[in-house]
Design a protein. Structure first.
Length: 244
């Protein structure tokens, strides 16, 4: 479980997040929805401590992963190993398909050659890529299609066995078929990892999310089961947003 307590964040003098309190359960997919600029991406980046890479970032409050505040961890890389993030645009490291998957395991070390080989096949199988790429593992990852690259990006994170998977608009640049494959993958992964996805696609949130959080102006306006939030929103701001 990941829990956010009284969390606020700013870039310089501009406050982006205001007193966020949320808890995410291990077996749920949670969608974050809301207008552009409401702080959804900043919230994700705060969870895995990549927000602090931007100049002027300041934060207060706590983000707990299995009861430990991630901001008390001295090496942020250890947080990012446990809370991995997939960005909006599929990214391939300038390496082979195989070495993209092994980038994290090699970085953190402690694996034998046999274990690394097992990670490659197991991870690519889990993201539905093994049959598509098993004959070209040493080919540049950049040659893959957009949908394949996004699945590879997810696989690169799963290769280090995180507890939480964050996704920031992972399907926004993909076609319908690739989007469907990503959604099916996330539904399969939900039993292994806590999934939090930012999406502007409200239909996608309804299809795959167990819980939905609606944010506006850096605040959580409503947090409920997806069915309840979409069908009977309690906050007038949520009602207005969903009406468009």
């Amino acid at each position: 479980m990941i829990e956010i307590q009284d969390f606020a964040a700013s870039y310089g003098e501009k406050q982006i997040l205001h007193t966020i309190n949320l808890a995410f359960n291990g077996s749920d997919i949670t969608a974050l929805i809301g207008p552009s600029g409401c702080g959804k991406t900043t919230l994700l980046k705060s969870m895995n401590r990549t927000a602090e890479l931007q100049p002027g970032f300041r934060a207060s409050g706590r983000i707990l992963l299995t009861d430990k505040d991630v901001y008390t961890v001295k090496n942020p890389a250890n947080v990012r190993r446990q809370i991995g993030m997939v960005l909006q645009k599929p990214i391939a490291l300038p390496l082979s398909i195989k070495e993209n998957i092994l980038f994290g395991p090699r970085y953190y070390g402690g694996k034998t050659k046999a274990e690394l080989e097992s990670i490659v096949e197991g991870t690519l199988t889990s993201v539905g890529l093994w049959q598509e790429v098993k004959e070209k593992l040493n080919s540049p990852a950049g040659q893959l299609s957009g949908g394949q690259l996004q699945r590879l990006s997810i696989g690169r994170i799963l290769a280090v066995a995180p507890q939480v998977l964050l996704l920031d608009e992972p399907c926004s640049s993909l076609d319908i078929k690739s989007t469907q494959m990503i959604e099916e993958l996330l539904l399969e992964l939900r039993s292994r990892v806590t999934i939090i996805i930012v999406t502007h696609n409200l239909a996608q949130a309804r299809r795959i999310a167990d819980k939905t959080v609606f944010m506006a102006e850096g605040r959580v306006m409503e947090h409920n089961t997806t069915k309840q939030l979409f069908e009977q929103p309690e906050n007038p701001v949520t009602q207005e947003f969903l009406a468009f």
